[in-house]
Design a protein around this ligand. Structure first.
Ligand code: ZN
Ligand code: ZN
Length: 396
């Protein structure tokens, strides 16, 4: 194993870069300034920069010196997300958001800076046999930017034998990292159910088909999909977050609308929910002589780590932060992540890098107005990606 380059001389510029992104957050598919800055940074390293995949995505490749026409070597993709959230920042520090109502509340500013740090190290010392594709994606927050880049040909233009991604994790102290085999984040789907009855006078319900008790019955019955149809050793959530119906108390309305979301850790569980929500809503409505229309709004698939790549990622974590700080036994989270699209197409793994304070207390949660990325991770994350790429090429 050859020694890896030192990140220390670059920490200052990474910190400035990260805080500049934090001060100038951009929402999904509006990452124009961010994309310009990322592209300029990569170009200054002497890398050829490809822009436009998924509208605002940026890709650059670093070819190792050991690679030639007869020996193209392996390729590995490392992905960082670049977008911010529609959150009004509560922090008052110098690098707080200057864009009202928009904030890097998920730490994607840090993810971007960590990968640029790795680009610096890999470009400085490309003594490896293979190609690293650095993937800076737009629109992770609800925009399926990973899929948008793939639809534009990401993996045909930049073929990857494996892809990896990291997310900062406030519940884990800085200095710790985690990855697990199998599902690490849930799938999402959104649904709407429109229950149609027949309205009329509140005092003459017998002459109507009241959709409100039917909608209530549907909401209650839907929970049996979690309690009765989901394997007790699996996990899933069904939440109805919104119901709309009616105008005043003395009129029975014609219709009621139910809006909900499902989170599941397995693709077959998600399919069970899709079938089950439709079946229950239609049949409960029919039992009351009403009609229910089920409208599915697809979200993200599960983020399911491939075993070989997750074991490999864990070995790199152990090498970087030590056995005691590299976790492989944390439970999955019911949050979702569009990296799941990439893992459906290419083997790979997604891990967590602790973002909590050194005190060991949990950090401010993701998507919270007082959140900030822990800058201790800039060097750690950059070294992790540098190491991961080099070890990937060294693997037998
Ligand atoms: Zn987020
Ligand atoms: Zn995020």
């Amino acid at each position: 194993m050859r020694p890896t380059p030192d990140i220390t001389p670059y920490l200052g510029q990474l910190l400035d870069f990260r805080r500049d992104l934090h001060a100038h957050p951009e929402l999904r598919y509006e990452e124009h300034r961010t994309g310009d800055k990322v592209a300029a940074y990569l170009a200054a390293l002497g890398l050829q920069v490809h822009r436009g995949l998924g509208r605002t995505g940026v890709v650059a490749s670093i070819h190792g010196q050991g690679r030639d026409a007869g020996n193209p070597g392996r390729s590995v993709g490392i992905r960082a997300d670049m977008d911010a959230l529609p959150v009004a920042e509560a922090n008052t520090f110098g690098h707080a958001s200057r864009h009202a109502g928009c904030m890097h509340a998920c730490g994607h500013d840090g993810h971007t800076a960590m990968l640029l740090g790795a680009a610096t190290l890999l470009a400085q010392q490309p003594d490896f046999d293979g190609t690293v594709h650095l993937i800076f994606q737009p629109g992770e927050e609800g925009g399926a930017g990973a899929k948008a880049m793939m639809d534009d040909g990401l993996f045909t233009q930049f073929p990857c034998d494996a892809v990896f991604a990291l997310h900062n994790w406030p519940a884990l102290p800085a200095g710790h990292m985690a990855v697990r085999v199998g599902p690490i984040m849930a799938s999402t789907l959104r649904f709407e159910i429109c229950v149609t009855g027949k309205g009329g006078h509140a005092a003459m319900p017998h002459a109507t088909l009241d959709p409100i008790p039917v909608a209530c019955a549907i909401v209650g019955q839907l929970q049996t999909l979690v309690s009765r149809s989901t394997d007790p050793l699996d996990s899933a959530v069904l939440t109805v977050g919104k119901i709309t119906s009616g105008t005043v108390e003395n009129i029975i309305p014609d219709e009621a609308r139910i809006f909900g979301t499902v989170r599941a850790l397995r693709a077959d569980t998600q399919r069970m929910f899709i079938d089950g929500i439709q079946r229950i809503s239609e049949h409960v409505a029919a039992a009351h002589l009403c009609r229910a229309e089920f409208i599915l709004k697809p979200g993200y698939p599960n983020t399911t780590n491939h075993a070989r790549e997750a074991h490999f990622m864990a070995s790199v974590m152990r090498e970087l932060v030590g056995e005691a700080h590299a976790h492989t036994d944390l439970p999955p989270a019911m949050t979702a992540e569009d990296f799941g699209f990439m893992l459906e197409a290419v083997p790979g793994a997604y891990g967590w890098i602790g973002n909590g304070p050194a005190s060991g207390e949990p950090g401010v949660g993701l998507h919270h107005p007082a959140y900030d990325f822990n800058d201790d991770n800039l060097g750690r994350g950059a070294r992790f990606w540098d190491l991961l790429a080099r070890r990937w090429f060294e693997m037998p």
